[in-house]
Design a protein around this ligand. Structure first.
Ligand code: THU
Length: 167
């Protein structure tokens, strides 16, 4: 039995582009980098190859891809490989955008790939660190492309450092 409550309805926004060719040139270019990164993914266990590319505020583009391991949980998603790489090389430069895409050998993926929960949490961390949202561009091999303006669209009610009152 429910007690006495108010219902808080949350809504999020996703920009839907019919094809990658409809993206703004800067975002199309970033997706091209993610597509290149897919080709270097190390995914012998899932055969699900993911590529990510990050556009930094200084114009640099950092690529990453999923890195799997025979001890499965030791692997890492493309988004986190790219974000950690960017943060380790340019710790004080904020992230403007991240693009992610995927490829498998057996079929053509026509739906956008969307970041897993752990990657959303890591995106939230860097948005919070720099006080700045990032564009999140999500694509399959073909078909429509989703773009979200900031992680709040993908991770509402997020946990972040503001809640760590000991900070
Ligand atoms: N994976 C990513 O790299 N990014 C995502 O957004 C979804 C999943 C990877 C993890 C694992 O190597 C493989 O895809 C299958 O889950």
């Amino acid at each position: 039995m429910a007690g006495d409550f108010n219902l808080m309805k949350l809504s999020t926004e996703v920009e839907v582009y019919a094809s990658e060719n409809d993206l703004a040139p800067e975002e199309k270019k970033l997706l091209d980098h993610a597509k290149l990164a897919v080709t270097r993914a190390y995914a012998p266990y899932s055969n699900f190859h993911v590529g990510a590319a990050i556009l930094l505020e200084n114009g640099k583009i950092i690529e990453g891809n999923n890195q799997e391991n025979a001890a499965y949980p030791s692997g890492l998603c493309a988004e986190r490989v790219a974000l950690f790489s960017a943060s380790s090389e340019f710790p004080s430069v904020s992230v403007k955008a991240i693009a992610v895409t995927c490829k498998v050998s057996s079929v053509v993926i026509t739906e956008p790939v969307t970041p897993c929960g752990a990657c959303r949490q890591v995106i939230a961390e860097y948005e919070e660190k720099f006080g700045k949202g990032m564009r999140i561009i999500m694509a399959g091999e073909t078909g429509k492309v989703y773009v979200c303006n900031g992680i709040n669209q993908l991770l509402p009610l997020q946990f972040n450092s503001k809640q760590l009152k000991n900070k």
